[in-house]
Design a protein around this ligand. Sequence first.
Ligand code: HEM
Length: 739
Amino acid sequence: MVTIFVICNTLLIIGGIILNLIPLSDDLHVYFALRFIHEYFPNHKTCLIILLKASIFPVIPHMLVVHAYQILYYTQHSNFQIQLFNKVIAEVDFWETPLRETELFYSKPYQKGIEKKLKFCIQRLQVLINAYIVKTKEIGTLIALFAICGVLMGIGFSLYLFSGKFTPEYYLRLTFMTLVAVTTFSSIIWGGQSTETIITEMITALCQVRWYNFSQTNKKLYLILLTNMMKDRKIKFTENYSINYQLGLAVLSDRQFAMFIFAALFFLIIFYLYHQNVKLNRILCTFPEPPKKFLLGHVLDITSTTDVLNVFSKYINNYGPTIKLRAATLFAGLGTTDYKLCELLLSNNRILSKSLNYQYARNWLGNGLLISDGDYWRRHRKILTPAFHFEILKQFVETFESVGKVFVEKLDISQGPSVDLPPLVTLCTLDVICETAMGTQINAQKGQNAKYVQSVREMCRILIDRGLSPLKILNNTYWMTKDYYIEKKSLKVLHSFTSSVIEKRKAERNERNCTKLAFLDLLLKFSNEGELLTDQELREEVDTFMFEGHDTTASSISFVLFCLANHPEVQEKVLREQNELFGDDKDPSVTYHELQKMKYLEQVIKETLRLYPAVPIIGRCTSEDITFGEHFIPKDTNIAIYIYGIHRNPEHFPEPETFNPDRFKNSNSLPPYAYIPFSAGPRNCIGQKFAMLEIKSIVSRVVRCFELRPAEPYHSLVLSAETVLKSANGIKIGIRKRI
Ligand code: HEM
């Protein structure tokens, strides 16, 4: 039984080491020792952290059990000797020198002989019994201490568990730790219990031996037993400190062996990674590479979404417009702000594949337009493009306006010196996209369909979390995290909602002729006329619109309002333009043509999208070898196109950090790929005109109704590159109704 516990314990320790080595964002708060290393050994921190984390799991339980096993071994070993001894004794003729009763009563020398033998035996027996009493006490104390430790650890773990501060990865680590503790304690307690039984048996056996028949054979056996049992097998340093070297080694050999195998595996993996590292050094070697961590590459440089833009900008400023980046020793890719390289990539009709991180959205969006590639994408893009024709977009203006009205009502209720925009704007754009994409009103702004809205939110969050959390990156480990189950639940809600809407629209189309068609109706119409889209393909495209078409516009509207609030002179000009169009009419029914006439507002939106592009980074994977100047980029290279950085190139945008809508008075002088908020080339944003109209409709309505001011207290943004650009501390402005 003890062996089974030891084997489980060793396997759990190995699992624990692996989990512990995967860095998590909160590690610095959890392991105080890591802070110490960061502070005092910044140059060797990677190496030291690996050593520290790799040793915590094996060393602690190892230290805990060594002493316990020595005691166990001592008693078990003695027990074995005594059993052997008893067996031999049973075969010995005890009555070889039978007790001579008469002489025992009358002969003094005979009595003396027996007394001497008995005294000797009693003394030896006493020594043995004392030794066992000591050992039993030791094991008793040990078990009591272990029990106290166990209870303390249990309380500690429970506090962690209920603190609710940890991510599921920490809970997984804790589970392993708990199991290691449980198996360690159980093995010792189990061993301790059996030792006590053994000791009792041994003493009983010893007591039964008739030592007064101290024949030569018995004497010899007795001496062998004593020598074996009593011999100290210690390397002695002082009287108090000694290592019971042989016993320890013998008992722990199983564990040592397992540890050895693990160490060998560990070094093999390190060697493999090192080899991969050397291989990756050769690829893309003509591009500059920011300093990387041994074996880890640049993964630890970005640990949260708020790091992305700063770290990327630092790289680009220090090392040039295109840099090589590495995710551990497994992948090497490029990050670029070079508009010429962007042109080469984005205008190429054969480089259509998206980079690896888009795959996280596959469970939700399937083969929708955003993720698919090759001929499948070409066919679908061809089918979907007519749905974004301006004649069709015209009819959506009515929806923008009616949803905008509700939005303004909501702002009216929330107005004040500091209003956080994204929560309100996101519900508004969700209402717009649901009505335009599916022809269904979900009334998110009025608090209806909360489950659907919540599921969309959860999915957007999970897509980002998966790229940053080591356990969630790979599908093989993703299932161990809580998000896997949240995703499953959310997808069920999202997919069943879209599927039921499709079914309903299909039935309605057959019954009546709708005048206001949603994207879904158009897809049904086009696919009836030409190539048929299956129900699943329809669902995936509608889901893609839902994903691409609400967070992007919500982010853009929020940033536009923020910029207007913080630049009163620009807001004044926007208001003037509105007054010129609508005069004193406070609640005009705005048409498509009037939206087209809002030229200055368009400049403001363009400038906002330059500073705060809703999609700050996009990715491509090269499907063929490319030569770019002196550089060679092999097939299957992942390239991150850093739109946020491209838009801050002082060559094209002097004083890039300044908000100046007049830059776009005449933007024709810009090189074609120097400004790409909607990407460019064959895979550009299919919904860009739709987005522009929606933003104009909502923002113009807000400006007509409210005076926007900087938030009080002043609010500075903490930009965060999530599925779209957000601000980690919200986007806050002051809002006051115009009189
Ligand atoms: C301000 C708002 C928006 C911005 C900044 C924006 C930006 C972008 C960008 C940069 C891409 C390229 C993504 C890539 O290459 O990986 C894209 C693609 C796409 N966008 Fe938008 N978008 C916006 C609004 C919309 C809306 C409202 C819709 C739908 C109604 C939409 C639908 C799509 C689709 C379907 C794609 C994939 C196109 C393809 O790969 O063929 N977008 N968008």
